[in-house]
Design a protein around this ligand. Sequence first.
Ligand SMILES: *C/C=C(C)/C=C/C=C(C)/C=C/C1=C(C)CCCC1(C)C
Length: 260
Amino acid sequence: MSNLSPFLDNGQYTIIYNMLSMGIAAMLFTSIFLFVGRERVLPRYRMAVMVSATVTSIAAYHYFRMFDDFKHAFGPEGMGVVAYNVGYRYVDWFLTVPLLLVETVAVLALARAVQSKMLMKLVPAAALMIGLGYPGDARLDIWGIEPSVWGLLSTIPFLYILYVLFVELGKSLERQSAPVKKKISQLRLLLLATWGVYPISFIFNMNATGFDPAGFVARETGYSIADILAKCLFGLVIFSIARIKSAEDDVEFAKSEFKD
Ligand SMILES: *C/C=C(C)/C=C/C=C(C)/C=C/C1=C(C)CCCC1(C)C
């Protein structure tokens, strides 16, 4: 790994400090909300809500780690002792991205066979996307391959995931009700808009040979905002789909949970 000279000015330091701090708050309290809220959906949708809560919990842990690491790499107490380790993000994604795909498929409560068929395509593609991105972002020297090439390679499974979610999953949506269909298209748009931020943020820091403060700040800001939307907001939309579907499936539930 290249030796990063840890130089951020006050403003740049504060931006990342606040982003990581906001990440902790969002992940932690969305987790608590979803864990408690799981009782407010029918049992068959609880798995989707539990998985969403697990995603935000895993991310909360990694935001604590990144916050610590950031202070050690750039803070007054640790200036330059260690290099900032982007590995925490990749370990986090390695765990949370497959789980995000599981929650998306789980909330639809499709037939078991259809669910596992979808996931057998989505999960390996997600692992590949993240595994190929890491050497680029961490500047690992593997056969002298440039970061941009890793980014490009990682984009192939990324596009495949979008294809499966938008084209193949679309076919399984026919039997869902109109309100659920509408929510699911919102969910997929949210996914597209937020997941699309990751490769753009990657590019911000891609061409830096040494340490580029502006590129670093742009990348960290992009990843942090995208994480909050792709995990917290996404989990809340999953929760609301689970509630709509619960009410559609069970009149008693609808009566006890919704006034009209
Ligand atoms: C909660 C974390 C999520 C949803 C992370 C998603 C990450 C990606 C969609 C990353 C994609 C990348 C590319 C498509 C190319 C460049 C390398 C990556 C890994 C940043």
